[in-house]
Ligand binder design. Structure first.
Ligand code: FES
Ligand code: FES
Length: 161
């Protein structure tokens, strides 16, 4: 077995450190070592998007990265979206209001992918939302509620800026 390696990165605003086998996936490190289980694991090979996080500000699949690759990085998971006082992020609020989830399994990945989409395109059309979120699979909702929620969150975020 390869020697364990130290890894240190900022996650949801706090520096976290640990020791990991070089082969450990980032999603496993986040969930098992850091206890941040909001990031879900679906397929574990880059298809479903359930494990999507923000890695240095951009959406990334944490099942396709090793924990050691995150050394020195800045990561946001779904636990980092709400404000410290518990106020929901506009996307979370809109998902709630527009019934954009059923079982909720895809929701953390959807929210993180939507964050990245709105960062790049603060005023997306419905078509652009569908394309922007196409890398995250939802087996429940039929997507319309998700699209409506992202549109509503985009409107709210633009009007508050
Ligand atoms: Fe990472 Fe499915 S668990 S893409
Ligand atoms: Fe169930 Fe999307 S809400 S997978």
């Amino acid at each position: 077995m390869a020697e364990p390696r130290k890894v240190s990165f900022k996650i949801n605003g706090a520096v976290r450190e640990g020791t990991t086998e070089p082969r450990k996936l980032l999603v496993d490190f986040i969930r098992d070592d850091l206890g941040l289980t909001g990031t879900h694991i679906g397929c574990e090979h880059g298809i479903c998007g359930a494990c999507t996080i923000l890695f240095n500000g951009e959406a990334a699949r944490s099942c396709l990265m090793l924990a050691v690759q995150a050394d020195g990085a800045e990561i946001t998971t779904v636990e980092g979206l709400a404000a410290p006082d518990g106020t929901l992020h506009p996307l979370q609020q809109a998902f709630w209001e527009h019934h954009a989830l059923q079982c909720g399994f895809c929701t953390p990945g959807m929210l993180m992918a939507a964050c990245d989409l709105l960062r790049v395109n603060p005023s997306p059309t419905e078509e652009e939302i569908r394309t922007g979120l196409s890398a995250v699979l939802c087996r429940c909702t039929g997507y319309q509620g998700i699209v409506d929620a992202v549109k509503a969150a985009a409107d709210r975020m633009r009007s508050s800026n």
